[in-house]
Design a binder for this molecule. Structure first.
Ligand code: PHE
Length: 346
């Protein structure tokens, strides 16, 4: 076989060989076998040395053309393989956005935390800051500095867990008032203090040995009972709805004078009277009052200069009213069927 025939043969066999290749490695090898140093073209050229000038010219030209053609064909094939790879990848990675998604289990916010967050939102928007205090408290801060000396009969209102004669589990969040007053040393104050409290009560549908309160304290010049009413009316509307009203009834707390019990108009009957409000049209939600002069004095405030109000919201109580929960123990037993109902609550 002469060199020209050899070259033509190369071209004849190319198509069939390329058809059988479908990956880039194999293609690279095949290309080397045609165009590489030891490839078919190179060996055809190697034999030209003994030929006449004309024959060399012809074979040279022809082999150059064939080389060019081979380069093109290999390049086309390479692109075809790469396209096929991309096509395959796209197919395998395509996402059908119309398929139903996988529902992952998620937690929710506990209704008590939700209430505290709502209260914080509201009062922060009215310029209050959030203060905290320890749950293990001294008798002095929890009672004595709140105008409840040792042996005072009103201590019976709050059956207390004592750790020793001076230390106790706080039975109310009011000691945070004392701590803040001592820190601020006569300056105006505007705080709420949400947190846990403890009382020596037997647990039942409406009592729990541990529950939560949200204390409020505002001290400044010329703060009056009307300001207290405003602060609590906003709370009632935010927690229970715009149409709600509040009323204040005289009451007694050793640390406030005058003291009031605050009722919110019943949302079930709109104030007409029903079983939830025991036919009164009103539901009791919290205690409050103007800070007692003795309390101010004991923590370094001059009642002639500065006065103000305090309130103590029962977090469980307003949460139960808001979501119509009839047993306080539901909050603490972690029954997932109960908690799941609050996932979507905002
Ligand atoms: N600390 C009172 C209680 O637990 C509530 C209260 C707070 C009343 C502030 C008046 C002022 O019962």
């Amino acid at each position: 076989m002469n060199e020209l025939e050899q070259l033509d043969k190369v071209v004849d066999s190319l198509d069939e060989e390329l058809n059988q290749i479908d990956d880039l490695n194999a293609l690279q090898q095949k290309k080397a076998s045609y165009l590489g140093k030891k490839g078919v073209i190179a060996s055809a050229m190697a034999n030209m040395r003994d030929l006449s000038i004309e024959a060399r010219k012809e074979i040279g030209m022809r082999s150059n053309k064939i080389k060019q053609m081979l380069e093109e064909r290999f390049e086309q094939k390479r692109q075809a393989i790469e396209n096929a790879i991309i096509e395959k990848k796209l197919k395998s990675e395509s996402i059908d956005v119309t398929l139903p998604g996988v529902q992952l289990p998620t937690g929710g916010i506990h209704p008590l935390n939700q209430t505290i967050m709502d209260l914080e939102d509201l009062y922060i928007s009215m310029g209050y800051t959030v203060a905290e205090g320890p749950e293990i408290e001294t008798d002095e801060f929890c009672f004595e500095k709140l105008n409840l000396p040792k042996g005072h009969p009103a201590r019976d209102m709050q059956d207390t867990f004592y750790i020793n004669p001076e230390l106790l589990l706080r039975s109310q969040t009011s000691p945070v008032q004392v701590r803040t007053m001592l820190k601020e040393q006569g300056k105006p104050i505007k705080i709420i203090c949400p947190g846990k409290v403890y009382r020596r009560d037997a647990d039942d549908a409406t009592h729990s040995h541990q529950f939560m309160q949200c204390e409020g304290l505002v001290l400044g010049k010329d703060i009056t009972l009307a300001d207290l009413k405003g602060a609590l009316l906003e709370m009632a509307k935010k927690m229970f709805g715009e149409e709600r009203e509040i009323r204040l009834r005289p009451s007694f707390f050793p640390f406030t004078e005058p003291s009031v019990e605050v009722d919110v108009s019943c949302g079930l009957c709109g104030g007409k009277g029903c079983s939830v409000c025991k036919n009164t049209g009103w539901i009791e939600v919290l205690g409050a009052g103007m800070v007692n002069d003795n309390v101010l004095r004991m923590s370094g405030y001059d009642p002639n200069e500065i006065q103000g109000f305090a309130f103590g919201i029962g977090v469980e109580r307003i949460t139960m009213l808001k979501y119509r929960i009839d047993d306080i123990r539901n909050f603490y037993t972690n029954d997932i069927r109960f908690l799941n109902q609050f996932k979507e609550v905002k």
